[in-house]
Design a protein around this ligand. Structure first.
Ligand SMILES: [Zn+2]
Ligand SMILES: [Zn+2]
Length: 181
């Protein structure tokens, strides 16, 4: 099984994506994690049709469908889209990420992981910690993990930055029993 990290509309530099790939592989044993270079044509313009002007946000579910259609992952591949946008889904005002449960596609949305979004000074290391946790969390879903009640576990359902900052980037003992195949 392999995971592709696919920046779609992302300001992350290459090194950050490579670091992210490394940190994800620590948690997903037997899974090959590859960082795909950001392709020039995969800009926001391509996914503009899922932008909701009224909300000034992006429709997460439609984005996941677009990623699936556009990148066509095979049966042995999971794609994690990385987008520097603010997205919503269903009844939620916003989401940090979303995944097709046991599917082939997940995505994380970076805007709300940054201190700047809240009018605070940038904090690159805190941002990176959040990025890693949300990436592992959404990939956990595509590999069949559900939300965990343990607030320190990466599969805990985070509805705020405090939730994200409280949890660790690892699976708890129970979640770690899962085989990622
Ligand atoms: Zn979740
Ligand atoms: Zn857990």
């Amino acid at each position: 099984m392999q995971v592709l990290l696919q920046p779609v509309a992302s300001k992350l530099d290459k090194n950050t994506i490579y670091d992210l790939a490394k940190d994800i592989s620590i948690e997903f044993k037997n899974v090959k994690v590859t960082a795909v270079a950001s392709i020039e044509s995969h800009t926001k313009a391509k996914v503009q049709f899922v932008f909701d002007k009224r909300r000034n946000q992006w429709d997460s579910f439609k984005l996941l469908e677009w990623i699936l259609d556009n990148f066509k992952p095979t049966r042995r591949t999971k794609i994690l889209g990385i987008l520097d946008i603010d997205a919503y889904s269903g009844g939620f005002d916003f989401v940090f990420g979303e995944a097709f449960y046991r599917g082939r596609v997940a995505a994380i949305y970076l805007s709300r992981l940054r201190q700047e979004f809240y009018g605070l000074d940038p904090n690159p290391s805190l941002f990176y910690e959040r990025l890693v946790k949300e990436a592992i969390h959404e990939l956990g879903h595509v590999f069949g993990l559900r939300h965990c009640k343990n607030s320190r576990c990466v599969m805990y359902f985070s509805t705020s930055l405090l939730d994200i900052d409280t949890k660790r980037k690892n699976f708890c003992h129970d979640c770690a029993k899962k085989n990622f195949r």
